[in-house]
Design a protein around this ligand. Sequence first.
Ligand code: G4P
Length: 189
Amino acid sequence: KELQERIKKDGIAVNEDILKVDSFINHQVDPVLMQHIGEAFAEHFKDQGITKVATIESSGIAPALMTAMCMGLPMIILKKQPSDFKRQSVPEEVTSFTKGTSYELTLSSKFVSEKDHVLIIDDFLANGEAATGAIRLIRKAHATIAGVGVLIEKAFQPGHEKLVSQGFDVYPLARISHMAKDEIEFLED
Ligand code: G4P
């Protein structure tokens, strides 16, 4: 609810697809809000044997770090590289529909192994491409997935359905059902 209220106050619906949250989430960051977000994720995903919290750089880092701190666990940052960049680790290609770009996500096997049960945290769930890329990559490291926590779900896009149909526990803190310029509606409203 706190996040929802903040989105109503400071979020800017640029058009029917894009919500600007750069004054409190992904450019300027509100640490108190992030702490409360971390507490909410920690509460929802407690007692599940989670060993690590993972996120995709860069906007997921603040909420993932707070979640990891509340759960007393390490945080892993899945790194983005341009898709033509050569490197040693096995990459997963991810296409961002929102941004119209592709990148390869990488993870060192030093930090995630078959012993890990990983919680994924990200800022937006739109088409679910970033989350499914992260899931594929973590599974390649032989770890299991505990669930996916997102700050803002754009429920009119297919990401949630895609992940839930694969059996994942998806926990969004705010669910937007509809947007238009300067207009934001939430699913609970
Ligand atoms: P998906 O991950 O659910 O498939 O979504 P998609 O590919 O369409 O978009 C992914 C990128 O776009 C992510 O940023 C995500 O945060 C951002 N994004 C999606 N919808 C919105 C929106 O309505 N508003 C804003 N501000 N961002 C949105 P990224 O490429 O991972 O970059 P970063 O910000 O984490 O560095």
